[in-house]
Write a protein that binds this ligand. Sequence first.
Ligand code: CAA
Length: 265
Amino acid sequence: MNKSTSPASATATASAAATSRGDDKVKRVALVTGGTAGIGAASAEALRGAGFLVAVSYGHNHAAADEFSTRTGIPVFSWNVADLQSCSDGVARVQDALGPIDVLVNNAGITHDTVLHKMTAEQWHEVIDVDLTGCFNMCRVLIEGMRDRHYGRIVNISSVNGQSGQAGQTNYAAAKAGMIGFTKSLALEAASRNITVNAIAPGYTDTGMVTVVKPEVMAHILEGVPTHRLATAAEIARCVVFLAAEESGFMTGITLSINGGKYMV
Ligand code: CAA
């Protein structure tokens, strides 16, 4: 057995592929990176609900991935998005199992929050490598196939903090702002091949990422959100499905802000 694919994944892959072959219309294949928890997991489930054949990638948490795959039946594959060769190998495994990838959701991301005068070079580079270079790596691996097939939907999960800035997040905000410029540039390059490239900028969302923020700091942040609550991951996921749809082909290069009114652009 491939060590990077969980047992639950192997079963789910076989049954998902069978479902695909049984359909009159071949299902579009969607890949969500960092897809076993939070916004990624909600997006994977929402895409599956919308009729896509879905796979997710994850980093190291095999137990969480097995739990996700067992619960949802969505196949899971492990690789490091920060490493180009790892992305290339991982995508090959997904495409062997499910077929060519039509929809890419670049969701994998990490934070190492601290003020700049305390930030180490490692904290800077790890966040840039996963959040921004990971987006490059995945797009670089998939873009040629999408160009050849004249079809693609790429959705990059940025952040409100890449738009507004956030104390303690020079690394993360730089990466997420970088994703927006990347999105616009690739959208220009890919438009003639029926490939759309869009970003979503979620506000503070009820996922594991916000649980590391001290409660008193989080309470202060929520005072600045007009809706006075966190987003749910499902609220972000429905916008992923919208941008992933074939019918959204005239929308490209945009950043869709979903932040409860915290930052209006
Ligand atoms: N505005 C301006 N300055 C701030 C500040 C703020 N909101 N918060 C802290 N600072 C300053 C302090 O004034 C202090 O400066 P001085 O030394 O000059 O007085 C300095 O930062 C350090 O303050 P602390 O000793 O309190 O710092 P800390 O190291 O304990 O924590 C922090 C600082 C990391 C910024 C912390 O306040 C924090 O976690 N803030 C929230 C970060 C955040 O929003 N993360 C988002 C996570 S969710 C996510 O990322 C998903 C998404 O896309 C939205």
